[in-house]
Write a protein that binds this ligand. Structure first.
Ligand SMILES: C[S@@+](CC[C@H](N)C(=O)[O-])C[C@H]1O[C@@H](n2cnc3c(N)ncnc32)[C@H](O)[C@@H]1O
Length: 231
């Protein structure tokens, strides 16, 4: 089963279980919104509609938070799972947020256009490292000058021991948050598709892609938010 099939199968319950599976949910997504917002506000101030590209957008969780933080944005959501995108459309339509969805693989060409922010949450770790690096290069190439790329991501520990600790802490915390044995088992099954990379490697790949002011803006164990800006 491909990773997008596994998400298609859980699209109906995906949103509801997120806060139980991401212990730092508010700080994690909040940091991504904070990083992406400045060029969007600058576009609005210049009388332009800010364009956002959300890679592996799923049910639109990050897109919805961005649209709430910066009303007036136009979103392009890319994902390989049509059932996830259908939920995103329903939620964005209900809030009157202008958007389009594109069913595509993250290894494909990006939807044509120039974007003030290219954002992603918990999706790019499904690509192998060569795929991540290539995607970072394509994302940097479609940013407007001053545009921002931000990835809110599940990352690998810098050593096997720290990676083991990340997992141990995550398991303990989601159990405390009330994740059921079934939710944990399903999540574990999906995680068999994961290929997380370290923050250090990914920040280096972003700099190699030509971005400046590359940094990790938030990190709590395996959850990190990092990105950079087009010069
Ligand atoms: C964990 S969900 C994250 C969704 C959303 N960004 C969020 O924060 O809730 C991962 C999403 O990435 C999509 N995805 C994973 N690998 C993909 C690929 N190679 N091409 C397109 N979509 C992919 C899945 O279909 C799924 O919707």
């Amino acid at each position: 089963m491909r990773v997008t099939d596994t998400f298609n199968a859980v699209a109906g319950t995906y949103d509801e279980e997120r806060r139980r599976l991401i212990p730092c949910f508010d700080a994690f997504y909040g940091a991504a919104v904070e990083v992406a917002a400045p060029p969007l506000r600058a576009a609005l101030a210049a009388g332009r509609t800010p364009e956002v590209l959300d890679l592996g957008a799923g049910t639109g969780l990050l897109s919805l938070l961005l649209a709430a933080a910066v009303p007036g944005v136009r979103l392009t959501l890319v994902d390989g799972a049509p059932a996830m995108l259908a939920r995103a459309t329903a939620q964005l339509d209900a809030r009157g947020v202008p958007h389009r969805t594109v069913r595509a693989d993250l290894v494909d060409e990006l939807p044509p256009g120039r974007y003030d922010a290219v954002v992603s949450a918990l999706a790019i770790h499904h690509l192998d490292d060569a795929g991540k690096r290539a995607l970072y290069r394509r994302a940097a190439a479609v940013l407007t000058p001053g545009g921002v790329f931000v990835n809110a991501e599940q990352v690998a520990g810098p050593t096997p021991e720290l990676d083991r600790r990340y997992d141990e802490v995550w398991m303990r915390r989601i159990a405390e948050l009330g994740a059921s044995p079934d939710e944990i088992a399903a999540s574990r099954e999906r995680m068999r598709h994961d290929r997380p990379a370290t923050v250090t490697d990914q920040c280096r790949w972003l700099a190699e892609a030509g971005l400046v002011d590359v940094d990790c803006f938030f990190k709590e164990w395996r959850f990190a938010v990092f990105g950079g800006r087009a010069a």
